[in-house]
Write a new protein. Structure first.
Length: 508
């Protein structure tokens, strides 16, 4: 069951070790009994969210059937105490215990509250599984911070039998995910909502595990976690980064972008990439490409100046074929030699990786690479780390980070969730885009938007993340403009909605 996805909150995502340390420090300063108070707060948050989700999905709360999936640790304790609160609201609660032990106080309380409790055998019997078939709501308290990736029996069978019609609320994280890496090594819960406690965990921002979390609600437990290197920008965060022209600014001071894009085979990529840059508000755009592509660009955007000249940054490679008999690879090499900030997309990644132009010390703070998963796999192969596209898709953060470390550059890995990663592990995860954005030419528009930001003096990490946000938001606006709940979009529609997305980010 899918709940309506609204715009997710801005979050920083933390490692298990960081959350445990912060929790330990907070507990050390509290009087005896306070740990239980934290669990009570956590359970209240889970129960409130679950009741809301239940009402949204079924139109009511009392009389509905909830199943608690309960593991042996405190994650199961949270679920049991949430069950106590749901009983008070008239929900029929069944607790399925997946281990020999369960949080003792929570178990006693849920029994007193009138819940049915079943200890599930391994593998589960038909009787053990029967309550799941009738569940309107499932609360996943199998494992949280203490979970090893993947699940074992009987948890695996329980998760397998969650009905598609039930609304699923995960406590802290969807059970089965690798909490720190964001990998999905085996069976796992697919949640509609995840109520994460104290602070968000890395798996909630890192794909593919983030796709198992559904909507993420961060519940503050009042302890301080140090700033995390992994974050998701929201509208206000993008607005704070976006270069806004000062009164009296001229086009040169706002930033001139040079672009080497397109080829005889792909003139459209040049049009789309220039559209992205122009719509993102670049001061001026100089375009370098073959005659046909230049004509197409100038007819679409008369404001674009043809030919190289003085610029503040370069966007290179969209629609460039390194094997074509044209001057584009030479133009890319010359731009790289300038020492200016450069975005490297598509064909430019190949030109750069194959060339003598790679110097990790020179790359940091200057280069933004924008591969998709297949291109990242090829790039890693060129760098001596042979990988398949599927490897990158299984562990995208790890591979983007490996490429950043090997090259010294900032790597933006395009996907349904776009990751932007620096060599030192600072990272942004942006997931604003509707699935309709998976369309030809969308990456060219993104390159133009990010290039415009580099020309405006924004550092590669921020430029990549802000561009991904604006690109995803523009796609949403374009899709909504199609009518109803959102319709198909073309890449040119996305470019057309970039100014509205930027305006949203800049709105006070
Ligand atoms: N942070 C905070 O301030 C607060 C945290 N709170 C809550 O506490 C949670 C952490 O609780 P926790 O430390 O007890 O660990 P938890 O996640 O329940 O799992 C441990 C148990 O799972 C088992 N197990 C492990 N892997 C498994 C697998 N693959 N498949 C199957 N079983 C597996 C393992 O058993 P074992 O394998 O050792 O026999 C072990 O007994 C946290 O996520 C949050 O919900 C809140 O109450 C509020 C305050
Ligand atoms: K869980």
């Amino acid at each position: 069951m899918q709940l309506e996805q609204d715009r997710r909150p801005a979050v920083a995502a933390h490692s298990v070790a960081a959350v445990r340390a912060a929790e330990g420090a907070a507990l050390a300063g509290l009087p005896p009994g306070a740990p239980d108070a934290l669990m009570q707060q956590a359970a209240t948050a889970v129960a409130v969210t679950a009741a809301r989700a239940l009402r949204e999905a079924t139109g009511g709360i009392a009389g509905r059937a909830a199943v608690l999936l309960v593991g042996s640790g405190d994650n199961g304790g949270d679920a049991l105490w949430a069950g106590v609160r749901l009983r008070r609201r008239g929900v029929a609660v069944t607790a399925l215990l997946s281990a020999d032990t369960a949080h003792p106080a929570g178990l006693a309380a849920v029994r007193v509250a009138g819940a049915r409790v079943l200890r599930v055998s391994s593998p589960p019997s038909a009787t053990d599984l029967a309550p799941l078939a009738a569940a309107d709501l499932v609360i996943d308290g199998l494992v949280g911070l203490g979970g090893r990736p993947g699940l074992r029996e009987p948890a695996t069978s329980l998760v397998d039998r969650i009905p598609a019609s039930a609304v699923v609320v995960a406590v802290d994280v969807p059970s089965g995910v690798d909490v720190d890496s964001g990998a999905l090594p085996g069976p796992h819960v697919q949640a509609d909502v995840t109520v994460t406690l104290g602070a968000a965990k890395r798996c909630l921002l890192l794909p593919p595990a983030s796709t198992a979390a559904g909507r993420v609600e961060v519940f503050d437990l009042g302890f301080d976690v140090p700033p995390a290197p992994l974050r998701r920008l929201d509208a206000a965060g993008v607005g704070a980064l976006w270069p806004v022209p000062a009164p009296g600014a001229d086009k040169y001071r706002r930033g001139v972008l040079g672009m080497v894009a397109g080829s005889a085979g792909y003139p459209g990529a040049a049009v789309l990439a220039t559209s992205g840059a122009v719509r993102a508000g670049v001061g001026m755009l100089r375009y370098v490409g073959p005659d046909d592509a230049t004509r197409a660009v100038r007819s679409a955007h008369p404001e674009v100046v043809a030919g190289a000249g003085r610029v503040q940054a370069w966007a290179l490679g969209s629609g460039v074929n390194p094997d074509a008999d044209d001057d584009q690879p030479a133009a890319i090499r010359s731009a790289l030699d300038s020492g200016l900030p450069c975005l490297l997309d598509a064909g430019a990644l190949e030109v750069w990786a194959a060339g003598v132009h790679r110097d990790p010390d020179d790359a940091s703070d200057r280069l933004l690479l924008t591969p998709h998963a297949g291109e990242l796999a090829s790039l890693l192969g060129t760098l001596g780390l042979p990988r398949e596209r599927a490897d990158v898709e299984e562990r995208p953060f790890e591979h983007a980070h490996a490429a950043a470390e090997l090259t010294g550059a900032c790597v933006l890995l395009k996907g349904a969730t776009t990751l932007v990663v620096t060599p030192d592990g600072e990272a942004r995860s942006q997931a604003e885009a509707p699935a309709w954005l998976a369309t030809a030419g969308a990456g060219d528009v993104l390159a133009g938007v990010a290039g415009a930001l580099l020309a405006g003096g924004v550092r590669p990490l921020d430029a990549g993340a802000a561009a991904a946000w604006v690109h995803g938001r523009a796609a949403t606006l374009a899709s909504r403009a199609a009518g109803g709940g959102g319709g198909p979009i073309a890449a040119s529609d996305v470019a057309a909605h970039v100014p509205a997305a930027v305006a949203e980010a800049l709105a006070p």
